[in-house]
Design a binder for this molecule. Structure first.
Ligand code: PAF
Length: 284
């Protein structure tokens, strides 16, 4: 992969990397298409990275279908499918890890303490391997996008980290390989995430600026369906992920909810009217 990347760079080609864990869906393919628009050569990696799964998480069960993935990428005219083995990525004696001080201590990082260290490590390695000028990540994993962007900046990686909008099913469910775990009958519960976010977006656009009130509404929407167990419902600063209590600027709402054995995440920007409406003050 490095030799191929060097050859392309010598020819003056611009390389885009799309890192994935496979079991590709339309969301991944939208990343590949964006990469294709922005670069001459597109490398897609498929690697179910063991270091980003904690004990008891779904590493073994993670859905895999490399032959289907290969066909989908051929149809998108991806230039390289990079499919390393665990032994190639983490050979005997491997002992280096990339860790971030603050961003992982919010949202998903609280219930998945090893996750973002594993993501930052593998993405740094993939960038050194594929030598891209740009790498594309979905906004569906918003915290991951921030972690990768920060890591690339902090380590002076000569790569642009591009975020791409979340792709949704026609009923609003954010696309995810883990949707494959949803049992029949769990769809209404899964749809509470996007419903709660859309409602929150509308409330904030109409002038509600109390984060606690928006969160309480979202919790009620999610809990209205049996089969949901909330991990978190947060409204946070879109860069630092610190909690926000007064929505007086654009913020991010992020959710993680267990539906049966699937842990689903989703997020959306909430943008207040400008200037913030005084119609719904703290006393209302
Ligand atoms: O989002 C994913 O699929 C993974 O976390 C990534 C970025 C490929 C790193 O393993």
């Amino acid at each position: 992969m490095q030799a191929q990347a060097d050859a392309w760079r010598l020819e003056g080609r611009r390389i885009a990397l799309v890192p994935t864990m496979g079991f590709l869906h339309a969301g991944h393919l939208s990343l590949v298409r964006l990469a294709r628009k922005m670069a001459d050569k597109v490398v897609v990696s498929i690697f179910v990275n063991p270091t980003q799964f904690g004990p008891g998480e779904d590493l073994e069960a993670y859905p895999r279908d490399p032959e289907r993935d290969r066909a989908l990428l051929a149809a998108e005219a991806a230039d390289v499918l990079f499919l390393p083995s665990v032994a190639e990525m983490y050979p005997e004696g491997y002992q280096t890890r990339v860790s971030l001080d603050r961003l992982p201590h919010h949202l998903c990082g609280l219930s998945r303490p090893v996750h973002f260290g594993g993501v930052a490590t593998v993405v740094a390695k993939l960038i050194h391997i594929a030598k891209p000028q740009l790498a594309v990540f979905g906004e569906k994993d918003y915290q991951q996008l921030l972690v990768v962007r920060r890591m690339a900046r902090d380590l002076n990686l000569d790569v642009e980290i591009v975020g791409a909008p979340t792709v949704r099913e026609s009923d609003g469910l954010a696309m995810s390989s883990r949707n494959a775990y949803l049992a029949e009958g769990q769809r209404p519960a899964a749809l509470t995430l996007s419903r709660a976010l859309n409602h929150a977006r509308k409330q904030v656009a109409e002038g509600e600026h109390r984060a606690a009130a928006v969160i309480a509404n979202a919790v009620a929407t999610i809990q209205a369906e049996a089969d949901t167990a909330i991990d978190y419902v947060k409204i946070c600063d879109p860069e630092t992920l610190e909690d926000v209590s007064v929505i007086d600027r654009p913020v991010r709402m992020a959710l993680a909810v267990k539906v049966g054995r699937s842990r689903l995440i989703d997020n959306m920007a909430l943008v207040p009217p400008h200037p913030p409406s005084s119609a719904q003050g703290e006393t209302s």
